[in-house]
Design a protein around this ligand. Structure first.
Ligand SMILES: [Zn+2]
Length: 263
């Protein structure tokens, strides 16, 4: 599931493949960008902001600065290939962007919100985000302040709201609430230790930086990587109660009714 750690890892893959390279060609398969040609542009860096990917480019004469923005949502991914290597990650019809350099080809599948904007205007796309859990400027006090500003919202919703803190998706939301013994429907104002919740969330994401398996239990064995996420009807690892699941739109929630009593 693409959450902040996956997006951080993806940004690093793109950075290693393309940073410093002069692009030899590009192919955009998204409306509005089909005629864009980035040949001659240089990739300055690849960065993530919450769940947003920012590929920063400099124009052929160096003057123009553009950012290629993309969002992975549930299904998206970027892969780097050697020139001539077969692109096998996903079916070809899901390809949205191809960037070619002399040493690597980056292929973006199933991307959302693909946009090419002046780098100076990045704030228009990511300026609303709360502190980035994996950013160098991560600020837990500011995240707590933003959460606490709306005490009536449930903690399950508030953790997913990227304006409070950027990078949490359903997996980390479910797992951190289990570890803190909080029902997802606890109002933020009734959470005893918001700082502890925010700090643990950051630790869980940071622990998975640099690997693609997301584990909150410490185990990387299949079927043992989470406490509640993806474990509907399985016994709670702490108390044996069957894990419950609720689907609200795309906001899937797993929880242990015993360890996380409804307030
Ligand atoms: Zn339990």
């Amino acid at each position: 599931m693409p959450e902040g750690d996956t997006v951080w890892n993806t940004a690093r893959v793109l950075h290693r493949a393309l940073a410093g390279a002069r692009l030899t060609g590009s192919d955009f398969r998204v409306p509005g960008l089909a005629t864009v040609d980035l040949a001659g542009w240089t990739v300055r860096e690849s960065a993530s902001r919450g769940k947003h990917l920012l590929l920063r480019l400099a124009g052929p004469e160096g003057g123009h600065r553009r950012t290629l923005h993309s969002h992975l949502r549930m299904e998206g991914t970027w892969r780097a290939y050697a020139p001539g290597e077969r692109w096998t990650a996903r079916p070809a019809h899901l390809i949205r962007v191809v960037l070619r350099s002399p040493a690597a080809v980056a292929v973006g599948y199933h991307l959302h919100e693909v946009a090419l904007i002046p780098t100076d205007d990045e704030a228009a796309l990511v300026g609303h985000l709360g502190p980035d859990l994996l950013g160098t400027d991560w600020d837990p006090a500011e995240a707590v302040r933003r959460l606490a500003a709306r005490p009536e919202v449930t903690i399950g919703e508030a953790l997913l709201d990227q304006r409070n803190l950027a990078g949490v998706g359903n997996l980390y939301k479910c797992e951190v609430l289990f570890l803190r013994g909080l029902s997802p429907w606890t109002p933020v104002g009734a959470v005893p230790d918001l700082t502890g919740t925010v700090t643990l969330t950051q630790r869980l994401l940071a622990a998975n930086r640099g690997r693609w398996t997301q584990s909150t239990t410490g185990s990387l064995h299949r079927g043992q990587t989470t406490y509640v996420y993806g474990r509907r009807a399985h016994p709670c690892r702490r108390c044996g109660t069957a894990i419950d699941k609720r689907d609200l739109d795309d906001r899937v929630t797993y929880w242990c009714p015993t360890c996380q009593p409804t307030p």
